[in-house]
Write a protein that binds this ligand. Structure first.
Ligand SMILES: [Mg+2]
Length: 248
C-alpha cells in the first residue's frame, strides 16, 4: 500500500502535495516531515538507514500457516535497549496446526499456560488476543514514557513529545498484519507506533547480501537456538540489523 496519495499533475509522475493518507489518515505536515521532502528526495552520502530519532523494536510472530486465514500463535519483541516482550496466544485456530507447525513452532513455545511465572523473564504473557493486545500496548507505551521506573523523559524529544516506535521484522508480510490484527485494524494500533514497518530482508538486499542466508550464522549466533520461537527470532533480527548497520 502506498503510504500516501499524491496530486497527479498528469504527466505520469506523482508530484505535488501530499493529500490525506490512506494509512494513518493524516495530512500534509505529517508527511512532509516523515518523508524528508518526498519527491525529489536525495539519498544522503553513505546511504545509511536513518530512523529519524524513532525507537526501534524488532519483532517476530509465529502463526498457523501462510494463508489469509492464519492466526497468531505467539509474538516476541525486543527493543533496541534490550528490553523484551513475549506472549503466547490461547485463541489461535488449533485446527490449522499441521505436523510441521507442531514440530517446529508449538514445540518451541515456552508453554506459558503451564510454567510458573516466576520461572520466566519479565513481560511474558499468555492469554487471548484482547489480553495480549492490552499487555503489549502497555509495554510499547513504556518505551517512550516519563514513567519514573525508566527514568525521566525516556525516549522523549526536546519538544516534550514521545518518540515514535519503529517496528522491524524479517519477511514481515504476515508479521505486520498479525501485529495490527491484535487491535483489529491497522488504524487501531498504539498511537506511538509508526505506521510504516521495516524489514531486514530489504536491508540485506540493499547491502548487496543475499537475503536467503542463515540469520543466525550472519549474526554470529548459536544456530542450534530456539529457531521459530518468536522471541528468539526477534533477537536474531535485532542482531542482524545491528551487524547490517555496522557493516558499512
Ligand atoms: Mg519466527
Amino acid at each position: 500500500m502506498a503510504p500516501g496519495q499524491y496530486t497527479d499533475v498528469g504527466n505520469g509522475r506523482a508530484e505535488g502535495t501530499w493529500q490525506r493518507c490512506h494509512a494513518c489518515r493524516d495530512s500534509a505536515p505529517h508527511h512532509a516531515a516523515d518523508t524528508a521532502g518526498g519527491v525529489g528526495f536525495t539519498m544522503p552520502a553513505g546511504s545509511s538507514v536513518s530512523t529519524g530519532g524513532r525507537v526501534k523494536v524488532f519483532f517476530d510472530t509465529e502463526f498457523t500457516g501462510l494463508h489469509q486465514h492464519t492466526t497468531l500463535i505467539s509474538i516476541g519483541l525486543i527493543a533496541e535497549d534490550g528490553s523484551t516482550f513475549y506472549a503466547e496466544l490461547t485463541d489461535y485456530d488449533k485446527s490449522q496446526v499441521d505436523d510441521w507447525l507442531r514440530e517446529n513452532v508449538i514445540n518451541n513455545l515456552l508453554g506459558l499456560e503451564l510454567n510458573a511465572p516466576a520461572a520466566l523473564p519479565p513481560d511474558c504473557y499468555c492469554g487471548d488476543t484482547k489480553t495480549i493486545a492490552r499487555k503489549l500496548e502497555r509495554w510499547l507505551s513504556q518505551l517512550s514514557t516519563k514513567d519514573a521506573a525508566f527514568g525521566d523523559r525516556r525516549n522523549y524529544e526536546p519538544n516534550n513529545t514521545p518518540q515514535k516506535i519503529e517496528m522491524w521484522s524479517d519477511c514481515l508480510s504476515y508479521d505486520w498484519v498479525l501485529f495490527c490484527q491484535l487491535w483489529g485494524h491497522a488504524f487501531n494500533i498504539p498511537k506511538n507506533v509508526y505506521y510504516i514497518p521495516f524489514d531486514i530482508c530489504t536491508l540485506f538486499k540493499v547491502r548487496g547480501i543475499d537475503p536467503d542466508i542463515s540469520r543466525e550464522e550472519f549474526a554470529g549466533l548459536d544456530t542450534n537456538g530456539q529457531k521459530h520461537n518468536a522471541l528468539w527470532d526477534a533477537k536474531v533480527i535485532k542482531a542482524c540489523y545491528e551487524r547490517l548497520q555496522g557493516a558499512e
